[in-house]
Design a protein around this ligand. Structure first.
Ligand code: ZN
Ligand code: ZN
Length: 346
């Protein structure tokens, strides 16, 4: 089957010889229609993830999958052609985290799509039936390819970890694929929103999805201050996670507020320094936020289906142009998600 795979870390993706897999009991063969591209894909292709040393190559990346049921395995009642998105973190279902509803922290993963197990830069993929979420017919399959990671991650960060309430002010640092959704989810939750980004075109996109204000990092403190009568933002979602992003987040949050860390770097040289005086004396909570659980992702999908959220896609490329998509993300040229059209008939 057609695919684009990591054949050597740090080198462009290339096709590998791969057979179409067969679904076992409880599994589904998914025909991939489209797959979003995420900054994590750069870390995976570069061999820069904590698990990279143990990764077997070739490896097919892509964890933001929109597809349709091609074949249901024994015991699965899903109709052929049903549109789906793939929840990409397959928990064991029985460890203490899974039992307590924190499957995004599972201790004994069965699979991690596109990260440690095969992903969506290929035509067919076998997925456990219970990690497929049905996509309402009114949602475009290309839009659905921004849901599983970008929207899911934003939803979990804003609603669960940020616990955003109506009337609060939420500042989002980094208006990329996740950030543009975080702004919209916060708005849907009843918050006022401020976007911060280094790129003028990203700020434009943030205004386009309804941000109440959008500012370059150097202007952000005064913009947030004006909007909150000098208090600062109740919640800051940092989608960057580098030396540049985190200090900005800490500067913009109010006393007693929350910084939700969504973006992350894997290079210790890039770790931000923690201003402990600000955290302690202003009682700021700093919380990490990782991906999303299935019930949350289902609620996020409702928001797309109802029209409350607008996916922002910067570019659509064919599977064979996957390297161009990665370059767009690497060079920060993408405003919103770059999506790979995997199915030729889409
Ligand atoms: Zn991702
Ligand atoms: Zn588990």
């Amino acid at each position: 089957m057609r695919n684009m795979a990591v054949v050597e870390f740090g080198k462009p993706l290339a096709p590998a010889r791969l057979e179409i897999p067969r679904p076992g009991p409880g599994e589904v063969l998914v025909r991939v229609l489209a797959c979003g591209v995420c900054r994590s894909d750069l870390k995976i292709a570069g061999g820069l993830m904590p698990f990279s040393a143990n990764q077997r190559l070739p490896h097919v990346p892509g964890h933001e999958i929109s597809g349709e049921v091609a074949e249901a395995g024994a015991g699965v009642e899903l109709a052929r052609g049903q549109r789906v998105v793939v929840h990409n973190y397959w928990g064991c279902g029985s460890c203490p985290y899974c039992v307590e509803g924190q499957e995004n922290l599972c201790d004994a993963l069965r699979g991690w799509v596109g990260f440690t197990t095969p992903g969506g830069f290929e035509e067919y993929l076998v997925v456990p039936a219970d990690h497929l979420l049905p996509v309402p017919p009114q949602v475009d399959p290309l839009h659905a390819a921004t849901v599983s990671c970008a929207l899911g991650t934003a939803y979990h960060a804003v609603v669960i970890r940020g616990a955003v309430r109506a009337g609060e002010t939420v500042t989002v640092v980094g208006s990329g694929g996740v950030g543009l959704y975080a702004l919209q989810v916060a708005r849907a939750a009843g918050a006022r929103t401020v976007a911060v980004d280094l790129r003028e075109e990203a700020l434009q996109a943030a205004r386009g999805v309804g941000a109440d204000a959008a500012a370059l990092p150097e202007k952000a403190p005064s913009v947030v201050s004006d909007l909150t009568r000098g208090r600062g933002a109740d919640v800051v979602v940092d989608c960057v996670g580098s030396r540049a992003g985190f200090p900005t987040a800490l500067e913009l949050v109010r006393k007693g507020g929350r910084v939700v860390q969504v973006g992350y770097v894997t290079d210790p040289q890039q770790y931000p320094a923690l201003a402990t005086d600000r955290v302690v004396l202003r009682e700021v909570q700093v919380v990490g936020s990782r991906y999303v659980t299935r019930p949350e992702l289902a609620r996020a999908l409702h928001l797309v289906a109802s029209g409350a959220l607008r996916p922002v896609i910067s570019r659509v490329v064919d599977l064979e142009q996957a390297n161009e998509a990665l370059e767009d993300v690497r060079a920060d040229r993408a405003v919103g998600r770059v999506v790979i059209r995997v199915a030729r008939d889409l």
